[in-house]
Design a protein around this ligand. Structure first.
Ligand code: NDP
Length: 495
């Protein structure tokens, strides 16, 4: 049975992955409706930009209050739609609120007009730099963190002065609508933040609708399709894509802390985390001790309903991928120290730890998106770094080492690295989050995340005419000679 069922192509059902019960039915916005939504957003964007930083921040703070007071209800919708435990849903909301607060508080400082110094040949100019909103930003989001991830784009685009049209995942449309309804309570005047529900086709229509930018978070394969669609209208894109993050354990690491981080990083949210730990590389000197600690901790976890700390796999089709990664690794000589071939039961996957997995196996090279970890022995940190960097993805990474953390982190080709803690860099409000390679480009969060939803506007005002008039056909030979000498003095001595 499919996770989502179509009804005459005008609406779709959302099915609880835990129980199979239908938990909601939503409209499929067609191309005309998407275009009409974007058209209304244009006027709303002008109005919103005109409010200025202070009033926008006030409204965004009020929205934050609404979300905070309603977070119990929001967590329940997340839980019903995509299956994660309620307490994890609440933690996700808490982290998203931190970033929303930062975006509202810092937008003026990061984006507002500021004077910049001219260079010597333009010293008669007053120079102003500011970061202007695009007007309307389209946001396309995934289901795995249906609040934290889209709000990484939505909050920052709004704080920068854009209207937003958001297409949530077809697995979590109720979460997107709830957020927009709370926003409308604090911004009732104009449709500044609108949600369009639907399937992939609705997202594709948003890409072609003429919005100023698309903030996309999802899989690498869909990201390529989004880029192709956006290329038709030269619409710029932010690409937050998949990952295959590694956790590195050095010989001097706190092994208990490293094991705890590996278990949480790999198994929480049933492993369905873009920044989830999927591979672990351990120094040979501590490999056995670390593995014992890791397996003991993971063995205490159970995937299921009720009080289980791991929920179901959200998408039915992901089960086949997880099964393939496990079975392929085992067929190629790997061993399961926990879970393994029998770990899958319906939509639930029990924690699985694989060792001796060949480096070119799918379980090491492709995003698994399940509660599975591969653990590999390395002779030293050079080998750990080389193997971590060998993959096509470059989203995040984690290093556990008492003395060498920064040295190792500096050599990792990922958008962020957390040392002696899992995923800290994604939670710190002033730091940017994003990847390189197959993990995408552009950044959410922090100052970079605000600038992502703006264009830089440079303005000059001539304060007085220069004695040396340069950009004119009346320029004299004397002026040319003076400029020539100046250029030699300014730049000609560099070797
Ligand atoms: P998908 O790529 O399947 O979908 C992402 C979004 O794109 C959904 O809203 C989807 O709609 C929409 N979409 C599908 N087809 C198109 C299309 N042709 N044009 C425009 N939009 C389209 O990803 P998932 O939802 O499965 O999310 C999981 C992925 O997201 C993982 O790879 C994960 O690593 C990544 N991710 C990355 C993060 C990061 O910060 N880098 C954070 C969180 C997740 P619909 O659902 O209706 O098909």
């Amino acid at each position: 049975m499919g996770r989502t069922t179509l009804q005459l192509d005008t609406s779709f059902d959302v099915v609880s992955p835990a129980t199979g019960a239908v938990v909601g039915s939503y409209r499929i916005f067609d191309t005309a409706e998407v275009e009409a939504t974007v058209a209304t957003a244009r006027g709303a964007g002008d109005w919103w930009a005109g409010l200025g930083f202070t009033e926008r921040a006030r409204r965004l703070d009020a929205w934050r209050g609404e979300i905070t007071r309603g977070r119990g209800e929001l967590a329940r919708i997340i839980h019903e739609e995509m299956g994660k435990p309620l307490s994890d849903a609440k933690l996700e909301i808490a982290m998203a609120l931190e970033h929303l607060a930062w975006a509202a508080a810092n937008a003026r400082r990061v984006l507002g007009p500021r004077q910049v110094r001219p260079n010597l040949l333009s010293m008669n100019q007053e120079c102003t730099l500011e970061y202007r909103p695009f007007g309307v930003v389209g946001v396309i989001g995934p289901w795995n963190y249906p609040v934290f991830t889209p709000l990484g784009s939505v909050s920052f685009a709004l704080a920068a002065g854009n209207a937003v049209v958001f297409k949530p995942s077809e697995y979590t449309p109720g979460v997107g609508l709830w957020l927009a309804e709370r926003f409308a309570e604090v911004v009732p005047e104009q449709p500044v933040f609108q949600v369009i529900t639907g399937l992939g086709g609705t997202g594709a229509a948003l890409c072609r609708s003429g919005v100023g930018k698309i903030g996309f978070t999802g899989s690498t394969a869909t990201g390529k399709r989004v880029m192709a669609a956006c290329a038709e209208t030269l619409t710029p894109v932010l690409m937050e894509l998949g990952g295959k993050d590694a956790l590195i354990v050095d010989a001097d690491a706190d092994l208990a802390a490293a094991a705890d981080a590996a278990v949480w990083g790999g198994m929480s949210n049933a492993g369905q985390t873009c920044l989830g730990v999927e591979r672990v590389y351990v120094h040979t000197d501590v490999y056995d001790e670390f593995l014992t600690e890791l397996v003991a901790r993971a063995a205490e976890l159970r995937a299921g309903t009720g009080t289980a700390k791991i929920g179901p796999i959200t998408m039915p089709k992901q089960i086949g991928i997880i099964r393939h990664h496990i079975e392929d690794a085992l067929a190629r000589g790997a061993r399961a120290l926990l879970g393994g071939a029998g770990a899958i039961d319906g939509q639930f996957v029990q924690p699985t730890i694989l060792v001796d997995v060949p480096e070119d196996a799918a379980a090491i090279t492709e995003e698994t998106f399940g509660p599975t970890l591969t653990v590999s022995r390395v002779r030293d940190m050079d080998e750990a770094i080389e193997r971590t960097n060998a993959g096509a993805y470059g989203l995040g990474s984690t290093v556990f080492s008492r003395h060498n953390g920064k040295r190792i982190a500096d050599r990792l080709r990922t958008g962020g690295t957390s040392i002696n803690a899992y995923v800290a860099h994604a939670t710190i409000t002033s730091l940017p989050l994003g990847g390189i390679g197959d993990s995408g480009f552009g950044r959410v969060h922090g100052a970079d995340g605000l600038k992502e939803f703006t264009y830089a506007k440079a303005t000059t005002r001539q304060r007085f005419p220069l004695p040396l008039a340069l950009t004119t056909f009346t320029r004299s030979e004397t002026t040319d000679a003076i400029v020539d000498r100046l250029v030699t003095v300014l730049h000609g001595r560099n070797r």
